[in-house]
Ligand binder design. Structure first.
Ligand code: UDX
Length: 438
């Protein structure tokens, strides 16, 4: 099929490459020439494991190319996936839909033959119906569908080629047939559940899934505080409750909490939309979920400050991790960088290290000091904060690191360091949820 993908960020670049890998002819469109140039050369403009190979082979095959023209996209494609960003609106909790509106509004006048416009971006419920009206008002015969994306950064290629479900919101059987054809190679090769529904339900599936995941993380983080007060260990507790299949063990890692370009802004936009729909109380609990999550960052700063004697002034602080999670270079709403910047504002001399997110971190927080390697970050540090659980950090030798630092003090913000080994090496380790001495 001839497919276009509008927006080539973390979602769109992966979707475009994977659709071409499934055998479709794909044109990716973006307004950013830097991205288009990199992608056209087969280079991902961000860190995503495995994307480089898929991109290289699909660009090389001629099935995938990139450009900037929506008119060209409209002329080329039969199916148009809208994958642009929906960030949090400045000064509000709501989603900023400017890019989605620009994409569909820009395509509409050029869609002069039947086509299917498929939204993948995460949007407030009701957006799809509004966009369908934009197509109608432009006199276009194109139809609108919604097909939310559940991919996780760091696993995006696998999540796209082997999704755990495909959800489509459609208003006609013809639209569903087209989407079945797009995903035929995935549907044929396995038992991927196919859920066909209306536009509003499809939109809501996505935000509800993210709200549930955020709630699960904040639940275990709330329990972590009780564990600290009672001298219990939240990681053992999470393992134990996770054996109950009704609960499940995933997304029960307590620590510094969630960040990134999705969960924080999606739960806020969901609350804002519920308010607009006249049911603000229905999602009032999400405010608490958000509150617990933001409190993790404050608590981490407090733990570090306590370890260095109550003030960061004149103290050297090493921060390991800048990305919002490992295997990603994404620093949007990164808890690690939030903590690093707060400590710097409180007078600490902060040195940050991350295996891949340094350039993005520097662009967002230029006044922080960035160390080229773990050694330089930690030399003579009064305290080390482990804030993003990259494998390099989890596997650190406590003796080796201990020989570099000024004092063996550690905040394990992700609860993954093997505590007995670190304590045996003389480290004073604090964490959120397992602070009781071993
Ligand atoms: C998320 C959803 O998982 C995905 O389905 C959706 O499409 C987009 O949003 P992503 O933002 O890539 O994906 O990250 P995810 O792996 O969900 O992690 C989000 C944040 O939660 C990270 O900061 C991570 O460190 C944190 N997290 C995750 C925890 O603190 N504890 C956990 O148990 C799991």
């Amino acid at each position: 099929m001839r497919i276009t993908v509008i927006g080539t960020g973390y979602l769109g670049a992966v979707h475009a490459a994977c659709m071409a890998d499934l055998g479709h002819e794909v044109l990716g469109v973006d307004v950013d020439w830097t991205k288009i140039d990199a992608l056209s050369a087969g280079r991902p403009p961000f860190h995503e494991p495995g994307l480089d190979q898929v991109l290289a082979r699909t660009v090389e095959s001629g099935r995938l190319r990139f450009g900037t023209s929506l008119q060209e996209a409209a002329e080329f494609g039969d199916v148009h996936f809208v994958c642009v960003g929906t960030p949090q609106k400045a000064g509000s909790n709501a989603a900023d839909l400017r890019h989605v509106e620009a994409a569909v509004g820009g395509l509409a006048p050029h869609l002069t033959r039947p086509a299917l416009v498929v939204g993948k971006s995460t949007v407030p419920v009701g957006t799809a119906a509004g966009l369908a009206a934009v197509l109608r008002d432009a006199g276009s015969p194109a139809e609108l569908a919604w097909n939310p994306e559940f991919l996780r950064e760091g696993f995006a290629v696998n999540d796209t080629l082997h999704p755990d479900r495909l959800v489509v919101g459609v208003t006609s059987t013809g639209a569903e047939e087209i989407l079945r054809e797009v995903y035929a190679p995935i549907l044929d090769s396995g038992d991927t559940p196919w859920i066909s529904t209306d536009l509003a339900t499809a939109e809501l599936v996505k935000v509800s899934a993210n709200a549930f995941l955020a709630t699960k993380i904040s639940f275990i983080n709330a329990i972590a505080d009780v564990c600290d007060a009672a001298g219990a260990d939240v990681t053992t507790l999470a393992t134990a409750i996770g054996h109950d299949a009704r609960i499940g063990s995933r997304f029960l890692s307590a620590g510094l909490g969630f960040g990134g370009g999705c969960l924080p802004k999606d739960i806020r936009a969901f609350m804002a939309r519920a308010g607009e729909l006249g049911v603000p109380d229905a999602l009032a609990f999400l405010r608490e979920v958000d509150e617990i999550n933001m409190g993790r960052r404050r608590r981490t700063v407090e733990l570090a400050r306590g370890l260095v004697g109550g003030s960061f002034l004149g103290r050297s602080v090493a921060v390991l991790g800048a990305a919002f999670k490992p295997d990603s270079d994404d620093v949007r709403d990164s808890p690690a960088l939030n903590v690093a910047a707060t400590i710097q504002l409180q007078g600490g001399q902060v040195r940050v290290h991350d295996p891949v997110a340094m350039d993005n971190a520097r662009a967002q927080f230029p006044t922080l000091d960035y160390a080229p390697d773990i050694r330089k970050a930690c030399e003579h540090a009064d305290v080390v904060l482990h804030l993003t659980e990259w494998r390099d950090y989890v596997e650190l030798d406590p003796e080796w690191l201990g020989s570099l630092v000024g004092a063996r003090r550690m905040v394990d913000g992700r609860n993954v360091l093997p505590l007995p080994a670190w304590r045996a090496a003389g480290w004073d380790v604090r964490s959120l949820g397992r602070s009781a001495p071993a």
